[in-house]
Design a protein around this ligand. Structure first.
Ligand SMILES: NC(=O)c1ccc[n+]([C@@H]2O[C@H](COP(=O)([O-])OP(=O)(O)OC[C@H]3O[C@@H](n4cnc5c(N)ncnc54)[C@H](O)[C@@H]3O)[C@@H](O)[C@H]2O)c1
Length: 354
């Protein structure tokens, strides 16, 4: 009779092994969590995930008073934990610091900060007004830094460290097409590198800093967006036929941004992300399961960054070849409000998040 002896990796290598019990590492019991931009959308959903995982206190920092107050009522009612709303514009570094100090005073500390507050513009670079450009950078980049600095200081001073998660975007990796959004793209690329920089500086203090880069998510603002463009983002085309890949899916004609848009498939999974589809990654980054993970960016985009922006040369080639591609030109359905040529409306100027 033979005997099988299984030696653990710890025994064979001598390396210390963390205790078992993987699911317990996904808990946030006793942790205080704060979310900027948590009054609605992705931020609110990620906050809910933290609460489901056992957070002991929840704070929302946002400009939207009504949404923020409603959100903390829901959190308190559903999870039975203390929850506070701080009406703060993240551009105001003094107000951000006061809010974070208030959270530490009211809840006894801060263990997790998630920065989700963000805005976007779709304006062409050549005529981008300076104040609009600065606004996007102020909210999306400077606002993230102010919140990280204020929370990071408490995490460092506590000696316990903490986890900071900043919501960047696939737009920090690629240049979205066809909508022009130079300020947004630059702000999100900067958030990714800012977070890596903070991660390196604060690793000795056990403060971890990571980012999540979402693709097209079906949030309130995107729901209102031009249905044709949304369809193009979602479009999934067979790889079997290159003619399909070169299909002309959408024509945009606007005064400021005139293009015939030959769109490759935008999101290989063929849909936009659901509002709660970042929550698993956010929880992972917030909790002990990711203790060795810092300075990392997790792209969650249904693989939309796979193909990036088609090079201009190929656009030109496609432009001249489009009429020869029988299945290329897709007429919008007659019933669609955006179907007539006059109703192929310009991208809305209202902020849209990508
Ligand atoms: N929705 C997408 O497709 C998508 C894709 C990639 C990245 N993102 C990013 O995810 C984050 C959340 O986006 P969302 O889709 O949930 O949008 P959303 O508009 O629903 O949520 C953004 C929140 O930020 C708050 N906010 C905006 N400006 C603020 C300010 N100056 N101070 C404080 N709070 C402010 C808003 O009030 C709102 O509650 C943003 O950073 C966005 O750039 C979104």
């Amino acid at each position: 009779m033979s005997e099988t002896v299984i030696t653990s990796a710890a025994t064979s290598t001598g390396a210390p092994q963390p205790p078992r019990g993987i699911m317990s590492k996904f808990r946030l019991d006793g942790k205080i969590v704060a979310v900027t931009g948590g009054a609605r959308g992705l931020g609110y959903e990620m906050l809910r995930a933290f609460c489901e995982a056992g957070a002991a206190g929840a704070a929302i920092i946002d400009v939207l008073q009504e949404y923020g107050e409603e959100a903390i009522k829901e959190i308190h009612a559903e999870f039975g934990i203390p929850a506070s709303f701080y009406r703060v514009d993240v551009r105001d570094h003094v107000a951000v610091e006061e809010a974070i100090n208030g959270i530490v005073r009211d809840f006894g500390g801060i263990d997790v900060l998630l920065c989700s507050a963000g805005v976007a513009d779709n304006l062409p670079a050549e005529s981008y007004p300076a104040d609009r450009f600065k606004r996007v950078i102020d909210i999306n980049l400077n606002g993230v830094f102010f919140a990280c600095q204020a929370a990071g200081n408490h995490m460092i001073a506590s000696g316990k460290g903490g986890s900071i998660i900043n919501i960047a975007s696939m737009s920090g990796h690629i240049v979205n097409y066809p909508q022009p959004q130079s300020a947004y793209n630059a702000s999100k690329a900067a958030v990714i590198h800012l977070s890596k920089s903070l991660a390196a500086e604060w690793a000795p203090h056990k403060v971890r800093v990571n980012t999540i880069s979402p693709g097209y998510m079906n949030t309130v603002l995107n729901e209102k967006f031009d249905p044709l463009l949304k369809k193009a983002w979602r479009t999934r085309v067979s790889h079997a036929n290159l003619d399909d890949k070169m299909g002309l899916i959408l024509q945009l004609n606007t005064a400021s941004f005139s293009h015939t848009c030959h769109l490759y498939e935008r999101t290989p999974v063929g849909r936009m992300g659901h509002v709660n589809e970042l929550s698993g990654a956010a929880l992972y980054l917030a909790c002990e399961a990711s203790a060795f993970c810092t300075g990392t960016d997790i792209i969650i985009d249904g693989d939309a960054t796979r193909f990036g922006t088609p090079p201009l040369s190929s656009l030109a080639r496609l432009s001249s070849s489009a009429p020869r591609c029988p299945r290329a030109r897709v007429s919008p359905p007659a019933s669609s409000p955006a179907s007539s040529s006059s109703s192929l409306s310009p991208p809305p100027r209202t902020p849209r998040l990508l």
